[in-house]
Ligand binder design. Structure first.
Ligand SMILES: [Zn+2]
Ligand SMILES: [Zn+2]
Length: 185
């Protein structure tokens, strides 16, 4: 999930007590669920897009219409147990970071962690004021924030937004990447 360069850069930043932002524009844990036996993929019955697995609630969710369903382990098409979970969202990235850097203090910011009580500002202030090591987030983290102690911004799967079915995909990707790079000065 992390390139060797990024891994080394994070390690170095931790040693120097500098802060890191990791940007991944997909929330949830696994971003698609497929049967290894017949190729069936679990899609939203309303929108026909891939359902995302959310590990904290143990639910599958559609990020477009909000439809939720229980975790699937048996394929509804071929009835095999070869259902597998693929793709990486922010929840899986956070877990992976804890595995690779067990002492790092992390905070996650995406639609699932930002609530009324736990606002956008509150999370960012906590990251800044408590000098937490790594902020993991979706494009929410990119909007015009400046953190003097952030000296590394890592973009995970930077090309993923190029595959979106939108004629502005190239432009949008460029915009997000330049914005996220600007959060560290
Ligand atoms: Zn199947
Ligand atoms: Zn849907």
């Amino acid at each position: 999930m992390l390139s060797m360069d990024l891994y080394n850069a994070i390690e170095n930043n931790l040693k120097q007590q500098r802060q890191t932002i990791l940007f991944l524009n997909r929330r949830g844990y696994s971003t698609f669920i497929m049967c290894r036996n017949c190729g069936y993929t679990v899609k939203c019955k309303n929108c026909n897009i891939s359902m995302t697995y959310h590990s904290y609630e143990r639910k599958l969710k559609c990020h477009y219409c909000g439809y939720e369903e229980e975790v699937v382990t048996i394929c509804p098409e071929c009835h095999s147990d070869k259902i597998r979970y693929f793709g990486t969202g922010t929840q899986k990235l956070e877990q992976e970071i804890h595995k690779q850097f067990p002492t790092a203090k992390t905070i996650r910011m995406d639609v699932d962690t930002v609530t009324k009580k736990n606002s956008h500002e509150k999370i960012l202030n906590q990251f800044k004021n408590e000098n937490l090591d790594i902020l993991i987030g979706t494009q929410m983290v990119v909007k015009g924030h400046h953190f003097p102690n952030v000296t590394l911004v890592g973009v995970i799967a930077a090309d993923s937004s190029l595959n979106i079915d939108d004629y502005r995909a190239n432009e949008r990707t460029f915009q997000i990447l330049t914005q996220v790079a600007r959060t560290s000065w």
